[in-house]
Design a protein around this ligand. Sequence first.
Ligand SMILES: Cc1cc2nc3c(=O)[nH]c(=O)nc-3n(C[C@H](O)[C@H](O)[C@H](O)COP(=O)(O)OP(=O)(O)OC[C@H]3O[C@@H](n4cnc5c(N)ncnc54)[C@H](O)[C@@H]3O)c2cc1C
Length: 347
Amino acid sequence: MTEKISEYIIIGAGLSGLTSAYYLSKSGITDFKILESRDRVGGRIVTRDGIDFGATWFQTHHEEVIALLDALGVEKHHQYNEGKSVLVYSTMAPEHYFENDPDTPSAYRMKGNSQALIHALAKPLSEKIKLNTNVVGIHETENGVKVETDKETFFAKKVIVTIPPLIATRISFSPELPPEVNETMKKTHTWMSNAIKVGLTFKTPFWRAKNFSGMVIGQVGAVTELYDHNDAENSHFALMGFVNEGLRDVSEENRKQRILNYLSKYLGAEVIDYLTYEEKDWSQDKHTSCETIKSIYMSPSYGNPVFAKSFMSGKLRFSGAETSPIHGGYMDGAIYSGINTVKKFLG
Ligand SMILES: Cc1cc2nc3c(=O)[nH]c(=O)nc-3n(C[C@H](O)[C@H](O)[C@H](O)COP(=O)(O)OP(=O)(O)OC[C@H]3O[C@@H](n4cnc5c(N)ncnc54)[C@H](O)[C@@H]3O)c2cc1C
């Protein structure tokens, strides 16, 4: 039996992979598959209970994000920042309060949260996306590439690898990638792969009623950054932020208690009356992170020129937020690289 050879295989159904697929479709190419190891699309973009546990914000200079949202009809709204914000700079000194400058616009969020973008991209592609499909090998063949997964083997003329470079070192490539590419992949920190996010939902936005913005900032506490995370319609009430990484290794119960105590201290005892409480430690997520992340310090440096080259006689190209020379690590970089990689293939 002759194997079916697709025109393209895209590895990873995160923002970059889905954008490449969107751009291929827009260019009239529909013969492609997207292979994704998780049981969901979106990668480092995930929304649960109305809370973004991955990417959330973008700004006016993130032109690729704004253009894609416009093209897909996903609306944006400003991050709420009215009222008093809290700055905790020492455990010994009292907290400080500050008001955000009304003339400096806050960052944007997506209406419907960041999943709105992922859903808009993935919806027309559902038949092409294979979830729970972990790619383990990419091998050049005479007329294309053979992509081995933990289940089936797939064939394509060309392949786009959108997995974070450090995670992609788990894949076996034949012929091997040049040593400088391997080295660069190993040294490319996966942006935010060590972040721990916390999200709480509430019956009422009690902090707004007390003229708090919901913003609590400080490196010395259990939560280093906290923000109002109500929806655009102000009908779903939530706070979301980043947990101090010093609490990674304490017990779940201990961490939760310290987070609740800390937030109650600065926003009020109403914090304890949350409806839902959830944390996400990205360092524990094997689809984004890997063991070396905790022990080796790697200064983020993205868009290394090696990722702009093609490999396997022009059949393989890399993409993804960390490969982007523009706004590397961010959603904007993921979109830029997703489009640019397809453009390079199309010539
Ligand atoms: C906590 C957190 C907060 C963030 N906040 C912001 C923010 O506010 N603003 C912003 O601009 N950016 C933010 N980011 C970064 C943003 O999420 C990323 O830039 C973007 O989502 C990356 O998209 P990507 O497609 O390049 O990579 P990913 O989303 O990592 O996609 C790669 C995909 O490949 C899949 N995969 C991995 N291994 C395999 C394999 N072997 N086989 C098949 N599939 C595989 C993964 O499951 C994943 O779906 C944040 C990230 C995190 C984690």
